[in-house]
Write a protein that binds this ligand. Sequence first.
Ligand code: 6PG
Length: 243
Amino acid sequence: MASTVKIFDDKNEISTACAKMFTDLAQKAIAENGKFVVALTGGSSPETLYKDLAEASYKEQIDWSKVFVFWGDERWVPLTDDKSNGKMANRTLLNKVPVPKNQIFYMWADKDVSQYAEEYENAIREVLGDGMRFDLILLGMGPEGHTASLFPYEPVLHEETKLVDAYYLKSQNMYRITFTAPLINKAKEIILMLYGNEKAEALYEVLEGERNPDLYPAQLLNPVNGNITWLIDKTIAKDLKKE
Ligand SMILES: O=C(O)[C@H](O)[C@@H](O)[C@H](O)[C@H](O)COP(=O)(O)O
């Protein structure tokens, strides 16, 4: 298990590095297990990565028929809503690569969100088996240190049984559905992409500050038997101890 921080000039370099890692991990998983099971992240940071992966130079290196796509979290809104992480992934990547539709598991259904969280966990178990180990989980981090939809001081941070959970996020006046820390930490590979000065303080606290995961939920990221890689830009790295 390794924890690595890689520093780049800007988000384009971060996206290029992540696209290479994504492609290499996909090829390795498909060669070894016949499939690549990935959880996408939402927000704005991954858009450039998804667009890069849809470009021929990366797209043609992956056998998309063997790829299974989940999301690590979602805003509980229809796929037509501009806040939907699924809508953004469709626009930038999934409408451009031949992943079989029955291998894309959107975190949205017109039903009770808590019921769907249970169904989503079962869908993951069907694809991954009881080990529930994703080949890759992509994540971002908010300026206050949240990751996926694990937000500060929310009870979901202490969930140890459920692997997918849902709750009403008061600060954003919406329901969220999210992987819990135990599921994320089962992953073989976790890659975070983050950049921008507004996240520098939270990242310092997450990586080098006192342990306080209620305040900085990204501190919960601690793969049991996998690797975690932080792809960051030099702006956000300014407060970190120089390696
Ligand atoms: O649904 C979401 O909002 C994301 O999954 C969330 O966890 C995101 O990764 C961070 O909020 C960073 O978002 P940006 O990339 O937009 O800064």
